[in-house]
Design a protein around this ligand. Structure first.
Ligand SMILES: [Mn+2]
Length: 199
């Protein structure tokens, strides 16, 4: 798993989290706290604390608990993915502008998020499923990255950290914090995080 995180000056509201559940599944998340300043970073921090502390019972239950726990913050956009190795399935639930794509030899499949803000008013939490096969890659990114509709060639091959770096270099908008996470789904037990900070 590779993460490239490029906060803007005075930013730092984009973040990621990963944890293994007792049932052998993995939870991976990317969050973008609203705004760029300290309040956005605080929202992302609260989000990750809730992500770590809340139980893995179901993805929707986890998202609901996080939504309630975020009420005192400015709110955030997020995506949570549950990787189920035994079934070669991936469950996901997203709210707001964090993008997910599954990249295989045959193409680039994007997933949809629900509208709204985590921690603010009511949100409709929708849980969806995607099938994957060994070799497929998962990519998550915040809205500081603008990918073309057909995806990016840099995401298809090579070491995930090289893919993440090249994608951030080529597609960061430069107007917002930017975070890209890339991983191969069958190698999650060997989690390797590399972060690159750009002031
Ligand atoms: Mn953003």
């Amino acid at each position: 798993m590779a993460v490239v995180n490029r906060p803007m000056q005075g930013g730092g509201a984009d973040a990621y989290g990963v944890k293994r559940c007792d049932d052998g599944t993995w939870l991976i998340t990317v969050v973008d706290g609203l705004g760029h300043g300290a309040r956005g970073a605080e929202a992302a921090h609260t989000y990750l604390r809730l992500f770590r502390e809340c139980s893995c019972d179901s993805l929707s239950a986890l998202m609901s608990a996080i939504h309630l726990g975020m009420r005192a913050t400015v709110g955030a956009a997020c995506m949570i993915v549950q990787v189920i190795p035994d079934r070669q399935q991936l469950l996901y639930a997203g709210i707001g502008n964090v993008s997910l794509a599954l990249i295989s030899s045959s193409g680039f499949r994007r997933a949809q998020s629900a509208r709204g803000i985590v921690g603010y008013r009511q949100v409709r939490i929708r849980e969806d499923v995607l099938a994957w096969t060994p070799g497929d890659r998962l990519m998550l990114h915040t809205d500081g990255i603008a990918l073309p509709p057909e995806g990016a060639e840099s995401l298809r091959y090579g070491d995930p950290i090289v893919s993440a770096k090249e994608t951030a270099a080529a597609y960061a908008t430069g107007k917002d914090d930017a975070l890209v996470l890339v991983c191969t789904l069958e190698h999650l037990e060997a989690v390797r995080i590399e972060e690159e900070q750009h002031a």
